[in-house]
Write a protein that binds this ligand. Structure first.
Ligand code: ATP
Length: 205
């Protein structure tokens, strides 16, 4: 397997924003959220299993997963939630591993919101944490999703806290500044890290 840099951060910290700077440099990205959608895409065996279990009400007319319907069905039902997780988690893990193994570039950026919570740090050679204050998280996540702050706070409470996340970091990018002012600086920081990762990947070979 090539060199793997895990990128993580809490909800609304700016993972996608920073990952985009790496993508601009040609770094391949395996994104856990993308993989989680791919394993249940239209026509997939997993989607068929979910529809068998919950009924066709979890499908849209186009035959895609109706996430809102599924969420409503498992809400507050631990058994159903566990059933779904037992089906999805191993499949997502396997698909992520396959995608990581298929990469041929010097290193791959592995973007995972719950990298620490789901113990995926073991797959990484290096960990980059996108760090912001809780206040920034609340502000940006609620602006983006038009969600109320209470829901964002609940999601934050279910994730590891800032200090715990930082204790896993080999590298940290602070993203508290407003992007209009910090874009060039962030790009520069990503470029420096890119050179570091290329060198470390070369050492590992
Ligand atoms: P999630 O895990 O919640 O999907 P994320 O960590 O990938 O989020 P982004 O989607 O990159 O975070 O950023 C969250 C929101 O904050 C987006 O609307 C994004 O445009 C905005 N944002 C990110 N960084 C900055 C910044 N430095 N200044 C202002 N807005 C920002």
């Amino acid at each position: 397997m090539n060199y793997i840099v895990g990128l993580t951060g809490g909800i609304g910290s700016g993972k996608s924003t920073i990952a985009e700077f790496f993508a601009e440099l040609g770094v391949p990205i395996v994104d856990a959220d993308v993989v989680a959608r791919q394993v249940v895409e239209k026509g997939s065996p997993l989607l068929a299993q979910i529809a068998d279990h919950f009924g066709n009400q979890i499908l849209t007319e186009a035959g895609e997963l109706n996430r809102t319907a599924l969420r409503a069905l498992i809400f507050g039902n631990e058994n159903e939630k566990n059933w779904l997780n037992a089906l999805l988690h191993p499949a997502i893990r396997q698909a992520m591993l396959a995608q990581l193994q298929a990469q041929t570039a010097a290193y791959t950026l592995f973007v995972v919101p719950l990298l620490i919570e789901n113990k995926l740090t073991a797959l990484c050679d290096r960990i980059l944490v996108i760090d912001v204050s809780e206040q920034t998280q609340l502000k940006r996540a609620s602006l983006r999703d038009q969600n109320n702050q209470k829901l964002i706070q609940q999601i934050m409470d279910a994730q590891v806290n800032r200090a715990t996340r930082l204790s896993y970091a080999d590298d940290v990018i602070n993203n508290d500044g407003e992007i209009a002012q910090t874009r060039d600086l962030l790009r520069q920081k990503v470029l420096e890290l890119h050179h570091t990762y290329l060198a470390l990947a070369e050492e590992k070979r």
